[in-house]
Design a protein around this ligand. Structure first.
Ligand SMILES: [Zn+2]
Length: 336
């Protein structure tokens, strides 16, 4: 199957260089064996999509125009104008390869009619899920190709441009905080994380977003969740946007990183303007964690698995003790 996929790509772009061909083939091979491509989309269509946006891979250093434009923290880009995937040269070899798959994945999930990527073709909401599943799948490709398995790590939140006092449980090497939220969403919705990969290929008519909403509505009723779908996406987008301000070069970067709140309000949604700070970002994460945990415990959801991913160190410790006391009550035989 690997050779077959390679041939299809070569036939479509006969001057493709060997390195690019290998990475493209790796990506499509894993997408096929992992069965993440929706039934109504063909492999050929996706290959056409990727080749439309990118047909070569280049590495750039800190003096490159892209580093000057976006800052030196960024790891990779896909530039449609030059049809090039640019990856920062001084990253670790494994991360470089992962970021190549990340950019190929973006291209595969981009709508050629409007250049918009992923589940939400009409607005911003959904960006965190879009990026999280992109990185998640890019690391799956790497793991399958190299026959390795990445284990969960406990990362102190302050190492991830976040407020202190939290721990991020994730096996990824980039976007770990988004991945942590994606893990919790998959527990809440009772789907595997590849579900989020599949729905992001279904950008036509916002089909993927509709599927997600339908599933969320089920969980909303089952667990009596406190926020409607739209509200949840808004919370996630605020978390995402704060991280973006702390990451790419922009006038607010230092404001955010120094722990202050932005003076400006950001229009992250047509009817909502919000200020951003690391504290608010953490408050949103904690709100999501707490509300979901209690909803799951009340309605007998998978609260035990969920609790492992709670970010705030104090809250995670409290829930752990709470779970232990519940288990003890159940297992201690009555004495008298
Ligand atoms: Zn990305």
């Amino acid at each position: 199957m690997y050779e077959q996929i390679k041939k299809i790509i070569q036939q479509k772009k006969n001057d493709i260089d060997d390195r690019t061909l290998t990475y493209f083939t790796n990506y499509f091979y894993v997408a096929t064996i992992e069965k993440v491509i929706p039934e109504n989309i063909t492999l050929e269509e996706l290959i056409d999509n990727v080749l439309y946006y990118a047909s070569k891979i280049e590495f750039y250093n800190n003096s490159h125009r892209l580093a000057k434009k976006y800052g030196t923290d960024a790891k990779g880009f896909q530039e449609p104008k030059t049809k090039t995937i640019y990856i920062r040269q001084n990253l670790k070899e494994s991360l470089k390869e992962i970021m190549i798959y990340h950019e190929i994945h973006h291209a595969a999930q981009t709508n050629r009619k409007n250049d918009r990527t992923g589940i939400n073709q009409k607005g911003n909401l959904g960006r965190l899920i879009l990026e999280a599943q992109t990185q998640y799948f890019a690391e799956i490709v790497y793991q399958r190709i190299h026959h390795v398995q990445f284990e969960n790590k406990k990362i102190p939140s302050e190492e991830l441009r976040m407020q202190k006092g939290g721990t991020i449980l994730s096996s990824l090497h980039n976007y770990e905080m988004y991945d942590n939220l994606l893990s919790k969403l998959s527990i809440l919705l009772n789907v595997s994380k590849t579900f989020f990969v599949t729905i992001n290929y279904q950008y036509q008519k916002n089909e993927g977003l509709k599927q997600l909403k339908k599933l969320y509505k089920k969980a909303y009723k089952k667990y009596h969740l406190p926020w409607k779908f739209h509200r949840l996406l808004l919370i996630l987008d605020h978390i995402y946007y704060t991280d973006l301000l702390a990451y790419l070069d922009n006038p607010e970067k230092q404001t955010i990183l120094s722990g202050k709140e932005t003076k400006k309000k950001y229009k992250i949604h047509p009817h909502k303007k919000l200020k951003c700070s690391l504290q608010e970002q953490m408050d949103n994460i904690n709100r999501f964690d707490k509300d979901t945990f209690f909803a799951l415990i009340k309605s007998k959801g998978n609260y035990k698995e969920f609790a492992k991913y709670i970010v705030d160190n104090t809250n995670r410790e409290i829930t752990k003790q709470h779970i232990e006391s519940l288990t003890e009550n159940l297992s201690t035989p009555q004495e008298k």
